[in-house]
Design a protein. Structure first.
Length: 196
């Protein structure tokens, strides 16, 4: 595997620090120290923290697209794809308990700062929403696919927020089980066709 470029190392380090410390509380010095490069080398790649933020958002979008595509590979059933989304809470439970949801925390912080990049960050939610909507459509729920997608996205964000506040892994496990039970119910119900 090819070695990551300095620019990629900066973006990776910034992404981790923005998630763990917050965008506002992460300085150029924090990022350059994490990558172990000189300030001059750092400024060659990025002139402002906003440029780094833009690169972090684009990297997260690319990683999320790749993850969602991977979940769909091999002709997986839509319910199995949706379960992967739900199970993501369990796979990342340690980080979620410590730092919250990486998408939710960034969007919330940028909204509080009234930051110009807040709209760009919400593209991550839009990506999940669109992907979930397609899975529910594939499941035969085209009429209410978007509402179901938003509901599941809202549930996952609520769980992440409370898991971070409570630091309770059992809570995450319980809520993941409930989301999976909800999904089973969604699978069983098919919308009625309208009579002409």
């Amino acid at each position: 595997m090819a070695e990551r470029t300095t620019r990629e190392q900066i973006v990776d380090a910034a992404d981790r620090l923005f998630y763990r410390q917050g965008y506002e509380h992460t300085s150029f010095a924090d990022i350059s120290d994490a990558v172990k490069i000189s300030r001059g080398n750092f400024y060659y790649h990025f002139k402002t923290k906003d440029e780094i933020l833009e690169a972090v958002i684009e990297a997260r979008l690319a990683q999320t697209r790749a993850m969602l595509e991977q979940w769909e590979r091999g002709g997986r059933k839509p319910a199995d794809c949706i379960r992967s989304f739900i199970q993501m809470m369990m796979w990342n439970r340690g980080d979620i308990q410590r730092y919250g949801c990486p998408v939710g925390t960034l969007c919330t912080e940028l909204a509080k700062l009234d930051h110009a990049a807040q709209g760009d960050a919400t593209r991550l939610f839009a990506l999940f929403r669109g992907w979930l909507r397609r899975q529910f459509e594939r499941l035969g729920r085209a009429a209410d696919a978007d509402a179901l997608a938003l509901h599941l996205l809202a549930c996952s964000q609520g769980v992440a927020t409370l898991a971070h506040a409570l630091r309770d892994e059992d809570f995450i496990r319980q809520e993941v089980r409930q989301m999976e039970e909800w999904l089973k119910g969604v699978e069983k119900v098919r919308p009625r066709r309208r009579k002409n």
